[in-house]
Design a protein around this ligand. Sequence first.
Ligand code: NAI
Ligand code: MG
Length: 499
Amino acid sequence: MSKKQDKTQKAAIADLALDFSSGFKYEPAPESSSHVKLEKQYELFIDGKWVAPIDEKYFETTSPATEQVLSRIAEASAADVDKAVKAARNAYENVWSKISAKERGKYLFRIARIIQEKAREFAVIETMEGGKPIRESRDIDVPLAANHFFYYAGWADKLEYAFPGKKANSIGVAGQIIPWNFPLLMAAWKIAPALAAGNTVVLKPAETTSLTALKLAEVFQEAGLPAGVVNIVTGAGATGAAIVNHPDVNKIAFTGSTDVGKIIQKAIAGTNKKLTLELGGKAANIIFEDAAIDQAVEGIVNGIFFNQGHVCCAGSRLFVQEGVADKVIKKLKDRMKSLIVGDPMDKNTDIGAINSKEQLKKINDYLKIGVNEGAEIFQPACTLPKKGYFCAPTLFLHTSQSHRIVQEEIFGPVLAIQTFRTVEEVLEKANNTPYGLSAGVWTDKGSKIFNMTTKLKAGVVWANTYNKFDPASPFGGYKESGIGREGGLHGLLPYLSLS
Ligand code: NAI
Ligand code: MG
């Protein structure tokens, strides 16, 4: 190497060193949206066709990252919902309950494969409309949605083995109402078991995230699914209520806020409708002194900052055993400083856009509440994009059980930390919440894991990991977190009557 070359190389290394000290700088890596085909306006999907809403009402759907209008969406009235339920009833009586279980399975397999073929388009639309990082929609939401259809496709003709000694009967028309945090995945969670069990469906996506459900309707058409087997009606709460109150719906499946869950439960009390509710959460993520600390810190970050904390099972309460508290908090703060907040279409982004202006307001209100309650707030220095709805990852230290930020679901990238000394103390604190959806335990000791999992009042307990999902594994909560399970064999039960 010549002296000149050597000098140049040294200079380059010095530059790099400078770069490292100020944190990694990533070049933008935006995912292209050129392959995505969105209509200017979407109608309702009823009886296998696109039909205009009777009242001719539409609303706009926008990107939460850019505030740009993406499309116009039909708003279904009670009369449109009635049309959809009639189509679903007709398809149930005359087509879906008549074909063999094996045929039903074939349709589900076909749907799963078409989702895989269109995976990139689904991921981009999910990110454009919902605000979640493209990395997550690409690697988590879309593959899991396809897997859900594959999984339940397999059960369709094996129900007699699923419930040995019993006859598994379909129940009729299922009304399904889903939220905006995992739009495609929640549609798959609801539709796949319903169809596998032999029912037909009327599904309503959330008003801020209708597009992937409407794209899914295109998949149903491409798969040749008989008309009326799945109907998609778009709209807000009133459309959802029209499904809930329709007398010819046999089952309601709802995922969303505990408040609306309670309204639904009251509305159907005294009817024959079956009900599953998947509501809020305030999960405890518990780190013991003997845990692998670096992995635990990654698990904490994944638990609360994944999908901007728009996750019912988010690990929003962190309990750290006293002996490692300083170490964990320091590492956590350092890790938070390296998180990239911004354009969800960029493949480097860790934290994308908050789903809506309303949700951002709710989160910001809680940040004020936390400070006023006397907790210490930590946010890494980061410049948030000027347009769109963004929130920096936030840590609250010195919190206590009585704080609202510890008790109430925030549904944003906000973590409240407490320390503990003993197993009894942390169990008492972790279970002291109206919710009971999920929890996390980090320890080196298998016995401690088993002790905790039997005593934590939560439907799902992750050990030395967090936010892991699999179609074969049932998911759901206790107490105000809900009723019933989705996923796995258990997820078929709400869609069947056994005799
Ligand atoms: P929401 O519960 O109002 O919305 C969820 C779905 O229910 C949407 O499709 C909505 O159109 C529909 N809906 C609203 N009112 C209805 C009614 N009276 N009858 C039937 N359907 C109705 O949730 P929102 O207002 O979007 O979010 C508020 C809070 O709820 C969030 O900040 C979060 O804490 C929690 N949430 C929990 C979710 C979960 O996965 N468990 C998902 C979304 C929100
Ligand atoms: Mg609401």
